[in-house]
Design a protein around this ligand. Structure first.
Ligand SMILES: C[S@@+](CC[C@H](N)C(=O)[O-])C[C@H]1O[C@@H](n2cnc3c(N)ncnc32)[C@H](O)[C@@H]1O
Length: 218
């Protein structure tokens, strides 16, 4: 596939970009997984409240979620300035009144003063160093209301094993880009979450050998 002149590819695969605006980034995988992710989210969302999205990337997810779930105030975030610009540009083009301006949030840094009924994060833990896992969980525990959910989506190992040959090859390619990156163990996520008071609820198998892991603040 080719990239158009007005849209830049983003980490995560080949692209078929939209043509609206220089700031707007596009990810092929995000386009493909936004609908299955919305189905998972819809079962978790309250009738009203706030959801923090960590590592919003291109903004395709939050744009999709917010347009389908207008009862929720969405708080996208990303430490990368070009990603925040893409999120904000998408939200402006789509005219979504229920999305606030993207927050500059690195899970390893300071967290915003925010209270949320839910937090979602897709495809971050394998494209960041291992310490982002405990930092994510600790930060989320400080943001979530009692009973609030954390949805973590992405590829994971189970019982120390890759769930597919494709994920094993992906892990190798991640490590060749940065030795500290790599597919994490789902058991490590669950155990760390439990240390911070987030109970394990469910793992849902997702397309392309990904998983949605759902945790809830007790
Ligand atoms: C592969 S992209 C995923 C974007 C989007 N969630 C998706 O699934 O399409 C990884 C994202 O993680 C973000 N990221 C990397 N390290 C991070 C950190 N320490 N804290 C928060 N976000 C981080 C990057 O800026 C990037 O937008």
């Amino acid at each position: 596939m080719t990239n158009g002149p007005n849209s830049k590819p983003h980490l995560g695969g080949s692209v078929t970009p939209p043509s609206n605006g220089d700031a707007i980034l596009f990810s092929g995988p995000a386009d493909r997984n936004k609908a299955p992710l919305l189905t998972v989210l819809q079962a978790l969302l309250p009738t009203q409240g706030s959801v923090l999205e960590i590592a919003s990337g291109t903004g395709q997810h939050v744009e999709w979620f917010a347009s389908h779930c207008p009862q929720i105030t969405w708080h996208p975030s990303d430490p990368a300035a070009d990603c925040r610009a893409s999120v904000n540009a998408r939200v402006a083009v789509a005219q979504l009144p229920n999305v606030v301006s993207a927050i500059d949030l690195d899970v390893l840094g300071n967290w915003p003063e925010l209270v949320a009924e839910g937090v979602c994060v897709a495809n971050m833990l394998h494209i960041s160093p291992p310490e982002t896992l405990p930092a994510l969980v600790e930060g989320v525990a400080g943001v979530l209301v009692t009973g609030g959910f954390l949805l973590v989506y992405g590829p994971f190992k189970q019982n120390g094993q890759f769930t597919s040959k494709g994920n094993a090859a992906f892990d190798e390619s991640l490590k060749s880009r940065d030795a500290r990156w790599g597919i994490r163990d789902v058991e490590q996520l669950i155990a760390t979450a439990e240390e911070y008071g987030l109970g394990y609820e469910q793992t849902i198998a997702m397309p392309a050998n990904n998983m949605s892991v759902i945790l809830r603040r007790a």
